[in-house]
Design a protein around this ligand. Structure first.
Ligand SMILES: NC(=O)c1ccc[n+]([C@@H]2O[C@H](COP(=O)([O-])OP(=O)(O)OC[C@H]3O[C@@H](n4cnc5c(N)ncnc54)[C@H](O)[C@@H]3O)[C@@H](O)[C@H]2O)c1
Length: 362
């Protein structure tokens, strides 16, 4: 099997899908690994480390795409990469197709076997390849929010932890899953006043026990959301309905009642976002102002910390990549139910129900 690792080209992306240690493992299992020159540099991995691990370094992305049976990436292919996809090729990466109808069309037309990191399932029914990046995005969301709350960055000038004798900032987190729980942890650690809302009472109960009442947990319903959002200095969107387009949970009307200079970080933007006034931004221009509120919605937040994110992502992908090499793609998918759940497109069809529904194919 030839595995191809192209350099990521999304704006500000710094991750790479394979560190030298995984490259060494794939080579020892019999794969040939083609790495585009410089693919690992922004994550702190030099070309000579890949060469020492047995990779073949290739000058252009086109050569990698053309030769590989399996393309291993981090982010979904972008329009510039569509022509490089080879008919029938296997692609293992984040796809987020519910928010990418154009990409879906290309994958179907070229009969790509699209295995999406975000829908691979663990034996516990969780999403092991989404989890580490959600944890990172959750933690980052608070430091990003704190940065944009600063007066010099257009924010309201609120210090999240406050000081004795002043009110701390109010952080409202919608969604208490992986990213939400890690946002809560960072915000509480900074001394902010934290409220978290979810539909799942078990998640709220777990946080209530963990923080012994220091974090307010609330059922996510319109009345609670309306009340809390209006008082938020920093609002974090962290909801997910697996593989589906994110539901709009916070309305424009709620946002219009927030104090000027307050900040929204919608982590769920990669699935379309859960806040009505949100639209995707990029690392080059991460924020915009609407209703006097700063909106941040970068779909690849973990790229801000390329080294940690690469290590966090690839420690999770490694067992699956090793399985694909050892057994071959078809057998690995036939034998491993959780990995097979990652298949979103195959033989010109959308094979994941929630994605098919979101894109109107069902
Ligand atoms: N922007 C980025 O760079 C980035 C990075 C990583 C993950 N993400 C995205 O973040 C999102 C969240 O991922 P996660 O791993 O935390 O998901 P998760 O499944 O662990 O948690 C999602 C939570 O949302 C809750 N939820 C669903 N509907 C809700 C509603 N109406 N109100 C309140 N809560 C609701 C669920 O009960 C669940 O607890 C996903 O879209 C994921 O792809 C984005």
């Amino acid at each position: 099997m030839i595995i191809g690792v192209p350099k990521e080209i999304k704006i500000g992306e710094t991750r790479v899908s394979m560190p030298p240690s995984l490259c060494r493992r794939c080579v020892s299992l019999g794969a040939q690994v083609l790495i585009q020159k410089g693919a690992g540099i922004t994550a702190g991995f030099r070309d000579d480390e890949y060469r020492a691990a047995g990779a073949t370094l290739v000058g252009s992305a086109a050569k990698v795409w053309r030769a590989a049976d399996l393309i291993l990436k981090v982010k979904e292919p972008l329009a510039e990469e569509y022509p490089l996809l080879r008919e029938g090729q296997a692609l293992f990466t984040y796809l987020h197709l519910a928010a990418g109808p154009e990409l879906a069309k290309v994958l179907l037309k070229k009969r790509i076997l699209g295995i999406a990191y975000e829908t691979v399932e663990g034996s516990d029914g969780q999403f092991p390849l989404l989890k580490p990046m959600s944890q990172i995005a959750g933690r980052l969301s608070i430091q990003i929010g704190a940065y944009f709350l600063q007066s010099q960055h257009g924010g309201s000038g609120v210090l999240l932890g406050g000081i004795p004798g002043t009110m701390p900032g109010h952080v409202v987190v919608v969604g208490a899953g992986n990213s939400g729980a890690h946002a809560v942890q960072m915000a509480a650690g900074m001394g902010a006043r934290v409220t978290v809302l979810d539909l799942d009472t078990r998640k709220l109960e777990a946080l209530d026990v963990e923080y012994r009442g220091r974090v307010v947990t609330l059922m996510s319903n319109p009345a609670n959301l309306e009340h809390e959002v209006a008082d938020a200095d920093l609002l974090i969107g962290a909801v997910l309905i697996p593989a589906a387009k994110a539901p709009t949970v916070v309305s424009k009307k709620m946002i219009s009642r927030m104090r000027p200079g307050s900040v929204i970080v919608d982590i769920a933007i990669d699935q379309g976002g859960c806040i009505e006034s949100i639209r995707p931004t990029s690392h080059e221009k991460p924020v915009y102002l609407e209703h006097g509120v700063i909106h941040y919605a970068v779909p690849n937040m973990p790229a801000l910390v390329g080294r940690t994110s690469t290590l966090g992502l690839t420690q999770a992908t490694e067992p699956y990549v090793a399985l694909l090499v050892q057994k071959g793609v078809a057998r690995a998918l036939a034998e491993h139910k959780g990995l097979a759940k990652g298949v979103n497109t195959r033989d010109g069809k959308i094979t994941y129900d929630a994605v098919a529904k979101a894109l109107g194919y069902a």
